[in-house]
Design a protein around this ligand. Sequence first.
Ligand code: AMP
Ligand code: GLY
Length: 426
Amino acid sequence: MNILLLGSGGREHALAWKLAQSRLCDKLFASPGNPGIADHAELTPLELTDHAAVLAFCEAQAIGLVVIGPEAPLVDGLSDALRGAGVPVFGPSKAAAQLEGSKAFTKELCARHNIPTAGFERVASEAEGMAALGKFGIPVVIKADGLAAGKGVTVAMTRAEAEGAVRDIFSGRFGEAGAEAVIEEFLEGEEASFFAITDGHTIVPFGSAQDHKRVGDGDTGPNTGGMGAYSPAPVLTPLLEGEAIERIVAPTVRAMAQEGMPYSGVLYAGLMLTKNGVQLIEYNARFGDPECQVLMLRLESDLGELMLAVAENRLAALEAPRLSPDTALTVVMAAKGYPETPEKGGAIAGLDGAEATGAKVFHAGTALKDGQLVANGGRVLNVTARGRNATEAQARAYAAVDAIDFADGFCRRDIGYREVAREAQG
Ligand code: AMP
Ligand code: GLY
């Protein structure tokens, strides 16, 4: 079968690497792809918002499975256009992708189905927002409703900051994403991510991870798309994972089916492990980036088989995915200036040396310029390694980082620190 993978980041490089190994994969195409993905796939420039053009490509190349990596094409309904024409797709419909595309949609769904999440109020104007703030304590969380590239959430530590965040959203800064907002109660605890794949009915766990969203060591500085991750996240114990499935993920998948918008694809639950149990922070309708990179390094099953079974509604008949008990850890090398103003064009060398240590380097934002690999985005490389535990995986990942020559780049030096500290305590 021919497979078409959509997207261009480190997540998609990791997916391309695994899909290319699938026994079902005859030829892998990727659009737009990147120089790392080009090692596994033929790149083709498609306009992903032009659904007819993507469909025409699928028909011309006899594509048997389309894998949609990022959220924007999902929220934009690309999977509906393809599925409607009979092309199997891994990725939810436009209606189901509202779980990521609209915070208010998800909060209302949780309220209707008793799914544990922070108390909230929907607001549609600055005045409503200001009035709602009075009902919450401090800290308080303010979120633009729609997709805002990770920038639409403020955890306000003072009343003034909260008011500023409400004003900011209704000033039009986030465009349509900020036409509505959600004000939320602050949840206290440690965060963990849980992944499940589902065809709308059968739900299969796909591992856990912990991300590092702040740009600086010790979780300081502005939020980013993620500066590194590791998997599994043992803080999500088997007991807590069971609770997350039973009280959050399974009721969500059931509710979506009942309400006529079955969810098919990977469901990424951002969880807060609070004193009062596991609470949902948010859903994403796709694999996390860079969480996908560590999951793929642990995945021992055939990714193509799993994704096709999801797309064809027959996940129940398949053996559950096998993930290595090893820990995988990835360090993001970003361009100086990220997240505000990343410098483009910085030269990169030493990737072969880094991989000679046993690590895997995924390309996140690179380009080839006159034969030279250069930075072409905020997050540039994902240096990923496996070990028996987080301590070993961390040491191996940083040994590979140190073999890379990227003068205009930087990375956090403490990815995995919570788990490494727990391991040191035995
Ligand atoms: P989100 O985009 O919804 O994942 O929010 C981004 C980050 O804000 C999360 O990863 C959390 O660290 C934080 N956050 C979001 N909602 C809450 C909440 N209700 N309580 C505490 N922290 C939150
Ligand atoms: N790393 C966080 C995300 O993919 O949303």
